[in-house]
Design a protein around this ligand. Structure first.
Ligand code: TYD
Ligand code: MG
Length: 457
């Protein structure tokens, strides 16, 4: 390792190499190694200047004498819930998302809402001029909020400013535009992003300020360049939206102060983002008959039940290799469900194209959705629609069993609340009383037979 001089940092994963190569040996991305000047190899300690500088470790107990400061509730409930019930003072949050998904819009709204509740907020943008941010705030009806704005990319100026004026909440939009004069590398490079993030996180801890860093996301969905930043911060939130849909979903990917399976749902409109408090109504294809191939899944996202429609189309294939396309669900999981339907239920898909879509742009990861996907597929293959008022949930095993899933009572209650009258469910683990009529199946064949024979109670 060169002591002083050039090293090559991967702009995708942050790994540092001593030799340049066309492909990063750590993450396999091509053309991502960029020369950066590194004064000291990572991990080595600078020689201590004097004996006085060495103080050793001071240990402390678990119990704190100072009461922990309360979380900052920003008033944007969908955001607060994903953070674990508000923003923790002194914490650093990274908000990642595709360009244009609405990160700046969301944070301006969060900032304005918090400021109107008496939280002192600063919004520092390295991407837009102050006038642009003002214009956007005006369109969103937030011009009255006492938010302090600044357009700045110099880290030194920002740190000085934040040391002079104390804030409770600071937004940095975005970390890729920030630039520290301690390094020669350009803005957005791994060295810059890492060192700017480090300095800002240090300031957050020291002053008890909550800092939210905006991070752009690369094509493959990673927070751009610096995955290293993900390790520095206390929480990583992802802001997602499916192209062509107004819905935006805020998801926790890492959270030292709360659960990570919580989602916040928003709808992008002319006046910014609107919080969606009842997502089920949004994701359901309302009105009209439910066609063959559709099944409503009663899912759980974080702490909330969410109903969403699975749509399948099974059609004769014109090609030798039939197509398998899936949106909003895992393609490996689809392959498994198709295999179980073939092997255990006698439904053949070998010469048929299969398309599966989760309506509304939501991405489902729960295994409980297996039975809903299977029901939608079987319904399309058999051309037999499920009843209009039926929800579905259950996990499917390779042996063709339908397994119980978590929180079945909440799923049934949500279904009843939204006017559904029956449910296709696993046979085991059901609550004693159900608000809807239960059509249970312990094996997938029983469930498929019910769909084919239209035998519903
Ligand atoms: P923005 O917050 O700038 O995205 P990001 O910071 O993630 O890059 O949002 C940009 C998009 O949002 C842009 O395409 C316009 C749209 N938008 C609305 O539809 N309504 C609005 O009120 C605002 C402010 C933006
Ligand atoms: Mg932006």
């Amino acid at each position: 390792m060169a002591r002083d001089g050039a090293v090559y940092a991967c702009q995708s994963c942050g790994a540092v190499q001593t030799k340049w190569s066309g492909q990063c040996p750590a993450c396999g991305v091509w053309n991502s190694l960029v020369e950066e000047v590194q004064s000291r190899p990572p991990g080595s300690l600078a020689p201590s200047k004097s004996a006085k500088a060495v103080r050793g470790l001071a240990f402390e107990g678990l119990e704190s004498e100072n009461p922990t400061p309360p979380r900052i509730a920003t008033g944007v409930d969908e955001f607060d819930r994903v953070c674990g019930g508000g923003v923790v003072p002194g914490s650093a949050i990274l908000l990642g998302g595709d360009p244009g998904v609405g990160k700046s819009t969301l944070l301006l709204q969060v900032c304005a809402s918090a400021a109107l509740r008496g939280v002192s907020c600063a919004y520092i943008s390295g991407e837009e001029a102050v006038e642009q941010i003002r214009g956007r705030a005006g369109r969103m009806g937030l011009a009255q909020a006492p938010v302090k704005l600044a357009a700045e990319t110099g880290l030194r100026q920002i740190l000085d400013g934040l040391k002079r004026d104390r804030f409770d909440l600071v937004i940095i939009d975005s970390i890729q535009t920030m630039w520290s004069d301690a390094h020669e590398a350009g803005p957005g490079s791994v060295t810059q992003v890492r060192s700017c993030a480090q300095e800002l996180v240090r300031l957050a801890k020291k002053q008890g300020v909550a800092i939210i860093l905006v991070g752009h996301v690369t094509k493959d969905g990673q927070i751009a360049g610096p995955r290293v930043v993900e390790h520095l911060v206390d929480a990583v939130l992802a802001f997602e939206g499916e192209r062509g849909y107004p819905f935006r979903i805020l998801r926790g990917a890492k959270n030292r102060f709360g659960a990570t399976d919580e989602i916040g749902v928003f709808e992008m409109g002319d006046a910014g983002l609107r919080e969606v408090r009842n997502p089920s109504a949004l994701f359901l294809n309302d009105g009209g008959e439910r066609a063959a191939g559709a099944a409503v899944f009663a899912g759980i996202e974080g702490s909330r039940p969410v109903l969403v429609e699975f749509q399948a189309l099974v059609a004769p294939s014109a090609y030798g290799t039939p197509r398998r396309a899936v949106v909003g669900w895992d393609s490996g999981r689809l392959a498994m469900v198709l295999a179980v339907l073939e092997a255990r239920c006698g439904l053949g898909f070998g010469d048929r194209d299969v398309y599966l879509n989760v309506a509304g742009g939501l991405r489902i990861t729960e295994p409980a959705a297996d039975l809903a996907a299977a029901a939608a597929l079987a319904s399309s293959a058999l051309e037999a629609a499920l009843p209009q008022d039926c929800v579905v949930f259950g996990e499917i095993s390779l042996s063709g069993e339908v397994r119980p899933v978590s929180r079945m009572e909440s799923r049934l209650k949500e279904a009843a609340k939204l006017g559904f009258g029956r449910a296709l469910t696993p046979a085991a683990g059901l609550p004693d009383v159900s608000p809807v009529s239960i059509n249970s199946a312990s094996r997938l064949t029983d469930a498929i037979r019910r769909i084919g024979d239209q035998a519903w109670s």
